[in-house]
Write a protein that binds this ligand. Structure first.
Ligand code: ZN
Length: 257
């Protein structure tokens, strides 16, 4: 008897890494459909499942059903009351307070169970930066990327928080830090000692591209590729307005800011 079908390229593990869903159900559904069409069998999320958007509970449920691996974001922590909203802008604070009223006790418990950092055999996951993860600093510059990379022991770490996708890699040959902000980057991490990947945002992109963002990671091949997905953002905008959330939260979705 011949052995069962040998591992082909289509059998390789594909992980969809999502960031900053922010209660945007239409964007989440569109991204999950695209990720599955591309062969992703595992879902990972870099935090901020809730806040800003009109469907926080449903987004949490869908990610739970997808058995997603998730770390804690600053909006998640603010909704739980473990992070002060003093430094949030008034719109973000209003959304946090609204979101708190929407979630069930079980959903709040689920948020409370999220770790600040996930160390997985295939990757490290943190919302903002490995440098003081509970302070939720941003990785938006080379200096900030270096602060996080210095503390990174895994070959690859995924972050979100800025809602702007980007790639930072420490070169294996000369230890130089290479940076890529290509709007649809595709990188091979083999040449890098360590890679730090900002996966952008599913539910509220801020790189002036309103399409939802996510990264497809193939650990065996060592590739990361940013994908962008159109979704029915008019529907999300209508729901934001119907919920009585600040109008600016609807407006910004069209602009991608
Ligand atoms: Zn966020």
């Amino acid at each position: 008897m011949p052995s069962p079908s040998p591992a082909s390229n289509s059998d390789c593990v594909r992980i969809a890494v999502l960031g900053d869903v922010h209660g945007n159900l239409e964007a989440l559904q569109a991204v999950l459909a695209e990720a599955r069409a591309l062969g992703a069998t595992r879902i990972v999320q870099t935090g901020d499942v809730v806040g800003y958007g009109p469907d926080p509970g449903t987004c949490l449920e869908i990610l739970r059903e997808s058995e997603a691996t998730i770390c804690l974001g600053n909006h998640d922590a603010a909704v739980l009351g473990t992070l002060s909203t003093d430094y949030f802008n008034p719109y973000a604070r209003a959304a946090v307070e609204w979101t708190r009223q929407q979630l069930t006790g079980e959903q709040m418990d689920e948020l409370a169970s999220l770790p600040l950092v996930v160390e997985d055999p295939d990757f490290t996951l943190v919302h903002g930066s490995l440098h003081e993860p509970a302070a939720f600093g941003y990785v938006a510059s080379v200096v900030e990327a270096e602060d996080s990379l210095r503390l990174q022991s895994h070959r690859i770490c995924f972050v979100g928080h800025t809602h702007v996708p980007g790639f930072f890699g420490v070169s294996r040959s000369d230890q130089d830090l290479q940076v890529c902000f290509d709007p649809e980057f595709s990188m091979s991490i083999g040449g890098f000692e360590k890679s730090l990947v900002n996966v952008g945002s599913v539910g509220q992109p801020r790189d002036e591209d309103p399409r939802a963002a996510f990264v497809l990671f193939e650990p065996e091949q060592g590739t990361v590729r940013l994908h962008r997905v159109r979704y029915d953002l008019e529907r999300t905008q209508q729901k934001i307005l119907a919920a009585g959330l600040p109008t600016v939260l609807a407006d910004r979705l069209r602009l991608g800011v």
